[in-house]
Ligand binder design. Structure first.
Ligand code: ADP
Length: 178
């Protein structure tokens, strides 16, 4: 079980995994942060794929996820999920963040993908406090993997030092509460 979750610090766009998860915005138009980095690295094919999704099903609300091809990335697919904007904690932020992780994992499972890399969704421009977001991310993934054999492996890719420290601590404490 332990080996199914991995933490690393770096740029998610460089990973050779089946699926990279994007912290998207509802328009799926690309933007700043990890979203911008993924769109830049993937090239115009990703933008076109997102435009098609938008045309077919409109915007992607917080907590939801959609899957597209990955353009020039080494990954096979990109799952775009929209995290909640932090509004102080009383606007269902925690359950929306949990849904974003769970729906992304479910999409990976539905498509038979075995390795998935997540950024720290909502902890940049969307302002979610990093310690609370890391707890939700880690425990939601841990729970999902307990019930499903696919995906086999999940990477938490931390860009900044604070997230790297938080996730490494969660990883080292894994199973303590069991
Ligand atoms: P959100 O709008 O969901 O807050 P952001 O992209 O602003 O999304 O930030 C989400 C997290 O992604 C932040 O913790 C940020 O440090 C991280 N991040 C930014 N660029 C990258 C990257 N290239 N690879 C992995 N994580 C990244």
């Amino acid at each position: 079980m332990t080996a199914r979750i991995q933490v690393l610090q770096g740029d998610i766009t460089q990973l050779e995994v089946d699926v990279i998860v994007n912290a998207a915005n509802p328009s799926l138009m690309g933007g700043g942060g990890v979203d911008g980095a993924i769109h830049r690295a993937a090239g115009p094919a990703l933008e076109e794929a997102c435009a098609l999704v938008r045309q077919q099903q409109g915007t992607c609300p917080p907590g939801h996820a959609v899957i597209t091809q990955a353009g020039n990335l080494k990954a096979k697919a990109v799952i775009h999920t929209v995290g909640p904007v932090w509004k102080g904690g009383d606007a269902h932020e925690a359950s929306l963040l949990e849904e974003a992780y769970r729906n992304s994992l479910q999409l990976a499972l539905d498509n038979g993908y075995q390795s998935v890399a997540f950024p720290a969704i909502s902890t940049g421009v969307y302002g979610y406090p990093k310690p609370a977001a890391a707890e939700i991310a880690f425990h939601t993934v841990e729970r999902f993997l307990t019930f499903h054999r696919t995906p086999e492996k999940v990477w938490f890719v931390c860009f900044d030092d604070e997230n790297a420290r938080l996730y490494k601590r969660l990883l080292s404490q894994q199973g303590d509460a069991a």
